[in-house]
Design a protein around this ligand. Structure first.
Ligand code: RP5
Length: 171
């Protein structure tokens, strides 16, 4: 008689996706979707630099001990979350400037991208959490041949899509 298979325990997260507010979630879904697509375990948390500063410090200081390898941090307006987290963790931090109400995300972009030398934040385009997810996957893929092959297949699918559109134009 075959034994019922026990569900394998969920892999522990290697990517931390954090954001300053739940209002950032629609933007940050792009990063979550990429992690799901590449089957990279991620955790999602709302961590505000100014509303929950102690939580931010705790999250950033313990992230590497908890097994995370990369942190993606999204925030809007005076977007200090990615920079503050980068200052508190040895892990690579990818910043996502969230489009803001008044300045369309230019404020978020400048706050995140203009880090002084010494504490880098890899900043993606305004609202482009998808690229943050891809960058996180590519960082992990440096040590994981299977994931690297998946990245290559993803790139091939982008090429195929362009060529398919071209052949429709040519027809
Ligand atoms: C930032 O303030 C958040 O990252 C968000 O983008 C912005 C507005 O937050 P809510 O007022 O929508 O909560 O901290």
């Amino acid at each position: 008689m075959t034994q019922p298979s026990t569900p394998s325990p969920a892999a522990s997260p290697v990517v931390g996706i954090i954001m300053g507010s739940d209002s950032d979630l629609p933007t940050m879904q792009g990063a979550i979707a990429i992690c799901e697509q590449f089957q990279v375990a991620c955790e999602v948390a709302i961590v505000s630099a100014h509303r929950t500063p102690e939580r931010m410090v705790d999250y950033a200081q313990t992230a590497h001990e908890r097994g995370l390898k990369v942190i993606i941090a999204g925030a809007g307006g005076a977007a200090h979350l990615p920079g503050m987290v980068a200052a508190l963790t040895p892990l690579p931090v990818i910043g996502v400037p969230v489009p803001s109400r008044h300045l369309q995300g230019l404020d978020s972009l400048y706050s995140i991208v203009q880090m002084p030398a010494g504490i880098p934040v890899a900043t993606v385009a305004i609202g482009n959490a998808q690229n943050a997810g891809l960058l996180a996957v590519q960082i992990l893929a440096c040590q994981q041949p299977d994931l690297l092959a998946q990245v290559q297949r993803y790139r091939q699918s982008l090429r195929d899509r362009v060529l398919e559109k071209q052949s429709k134009l040519d027809a």
